[in-house]
Design a protein around this ligand. Sequence first.
Ligand code: SF4
Length: 334
Amino acid sequence: MIPHTAIPLQACTWQEELSRAVRDPRELFDLLELDTSTLLSSLTAHKGFKLMVPRPYLAKIQKGNINDPLLAQVLPKGAELVETTGYSADPLEEASANPAPGLIHKYYGRVLLIVSPACAVHCRYCFRRHFSYQDNQPGRKQWQQALDYIATDSSISEVIFSGGDPLAANDNHLHWLTTQIAAIAHVKRLRVHTRFPVVIPARINSDCLQWLTETRLKTVVVLHVNHTNELGDDTHRAVMQLKAAGVDVLNQAVLLKGINDDPEALISLSEKLFATGILPYYLHVLDTVQGAAHFAVGRQKIDQLQEHLLARLPGYLVPKLVLEEPGAASKVPL
Ligand code: SF4
């Protein structure tokens, strides 16, 4: 008798996961078995800022629950179409801190590179939802302008890969860019801001770990996790790979109404982050970007939440509560 051999299921590569991400609100409603009474407004909001949900993230959302805290981060809603006074397309005035294509220089000692205009997920509260990515997609020749800018300012000790999501770029490009930066003697650290290990953990593969660890630069990965349910075993494995490779892993969260504006949700997030190998770093007050006002949490509630966190958690698990103000010398602690 011929023995029955189980054929292992082939896991998707990160590129395959990107291409099979859900991009149509109708499919999202269908897959999550959602009540379709709000589908029409989702379709309208989706026209202004497209839906994008990769399937590993979709798997963490509870079916049939329109109030699921992960779904609320990615579902286009009619509320995004309301024009709100005090909210703008560029709340941090980044356009005025853009001295070279793809480079933003806001704070002393560090610069941010828009390495990729693409993301692995579209977060509805994103402060760059209206960012001019067309004007910030340098080719290799134009990257030279950004590299020259860094090389001529010896105060710059840290370069931040941002986006979009920098890990949406391919590893050859990231390797090349990291090598160019490492050749500038006064740069000491490379920081990578990414949501990939949360939404498509397969992105942390051997090619990615190679450029992250081969460099002489000290590397830090800053994740973006807002709710405990985003931290599954898949993310834990990706974080363990990063840490085993000597990369420090931190988290920045955004305080979001209806998602994590609750003491237990924030305490649970800090504890789960630490159990996953990630240190809570920042808790951001929402940036006043047009289309995201329905996520804003009032100042009184923010203060109460902060008091709860300080009273309940050890200091190293309390993220710094900050807001960004255009023109300020740093993030502003509250
Ligand atoms: S830049 Fe970050 S916050 Fe904005 S949509 Fe992309 S992953 Fe989400």
